[in-house]
Design a protein around this ligand. Structure first.
Ligand code: FMN
Length: 333
């Protein structure tokens, strides 16, 4: 069963979280996830440098509504001074229960700026960032880690986890892959387990949580306090209620295609309403969302090709209607 976990003095209402997902977990994505069982989410990652330099992108990233709560924030940056300034600015704009430091992002742009997963190679700077933010800000500071840069040394990784705790971190979110693995390959449950055993603060496991069974495996094999759902929620917000049901009863509901199409349309409607970007970019975003949902039924691959060719929101909706009608006919025949 999902359960609450304390992060500093904050009582997290669940231990199954929607992960921060740049370019994915916008307001529409979070609302749809919440309607299907997600009880905690993060804003998309915010670049500390961009925030300090007043980039407009951040306004877009910070869109939220009262239903989109509780919601934490995550900052990425490679320097304690800039991170502190950005955090102070951010906390004037949003009210969040805790703030996460990203030491996991493998994107080249971030690595070149000595931030994200590059902090794994700069433990002194990582420690300094945690120490300053946790000493000077009025909320718990957490850290998102990967289990290594090029490869994993379990003992060294457990020491890094311990050092984060000593520096003031109130929880750790651990993606069980190295920076070099990016998003592919096996998740190292043993490394997450070693970190969990080394620290007294809550540890959340991330990596390959694609099904309720894999969520349970993460909990069982690592002894971690909770899990983060990431790609498992792309086009499949039901994963949250499925994990809850599976942990509680050992069973979960299979989602019929008609329901998946209905929720896809709802997801697109949220995107249409909340995504304040230029129309062409918005259509691109919607096509990406539609493609996530259109999987696992006969003709899905061909259909995804057609989604890529749609020229308007209306055309995209008509295409989804057609699938719905064909699948009703097929169901009835
Ligand atoms: C498109 C995409 C964007 C991501 N953005 C972030 C991010 O902004 N911050 C972060 O900490 N992790 C980010 N991640 C990593 C995920 O939170 C998660 O740790 C990772 O995908 C492993 O989980 P999975 O194998 O279940 O997808 C991102 C992952 C993907 C695929």
């Amino acid at each position: 069963m999902s359960r609450s976990v304390k992060i500093g003095s904050y009582k997290l209402p669940t231990n199954i979280l929607l992960a921060p997902l740049s370019g994915v977990s916008d307001l529409a994505f979070r609302l749809i996830s919440r309607e299907h069982g997600a009880r905690f989410a993060f804003y998309e990652m915010i670049d500390a440098n961009a925030l300090v330099n007043h980039s407009r992108t951040n306004e877009l990233l910070l869109a939220t509504t009262p239903k989109d709560k509780p919601l934490a924030a995550q900052l990425v940056g490679g320097n304690d001074e800039v991170m502190l300034k950005a955090a102070q600015m951010l906390l004037k704009l949003v009210k969040v229960p805790f703030l996460d430091i990203n030491a996991a992002c493998p994107v080249k742009k971030m690595i070149q700026k000595y931030s994200g997963a590059n902090l794994l190679r700069q433990p002194d700077m990582l420690s300094r960032i945690i120490t300053r933010l946790s000493a000077e800000l009025p909320l718990p500071i957490t850290v998102k880690l990967r289990i290594g840069y090029h490869k994993t040394d379990i003992k060294e990784f457990a020491q890094l986890a311990k050092r984060c705790e000593k520096s003031g971190a109130s929880a750790l979110f651990i993606h069980g892959r190295t920076k070099a693995q990016l998003y592919a390959g096996d998740v190292d449950y043993q490394a997450i387990k070693a970190a969990k055993e080394a620290v007294g603060i809550p540890v959340f496991g991330s990596g390959n949580v694609m099904t309720p069974e894999l969520a349970k495996r993460m909990l069982d094999d690592t002894g971690c306090d909770g899990v983060m759902v990431a790609r498992g929620a792309f086009g499949f917000p039901w994963i949250f209620e499925q994990i809850d049901d599976y942990l509680k009863t050992g069973h979960y509901r299979v989602i019929p295609l008609a329901e998946r199409l209905k929720v896809l349309k709802r997801h697109l409607a949220y995107t249409d309403k909340y995504k304040k970007i230029r129309p062409g970019a918005k259509l691109g975003w919607m096509r990406k969302e539609a493609i996530w949902y259109l999987k696992g039924f006969p003709g899905a691959a061909e259909l995804r090709g057609k989604v890529g060719a749609t020229q308007s929101y209306q055309e995209l909706l008509e295409l989804i209607e057609d699938v719905g009608q064909n699948c009703n006919t097929a169901d009835n025949s």
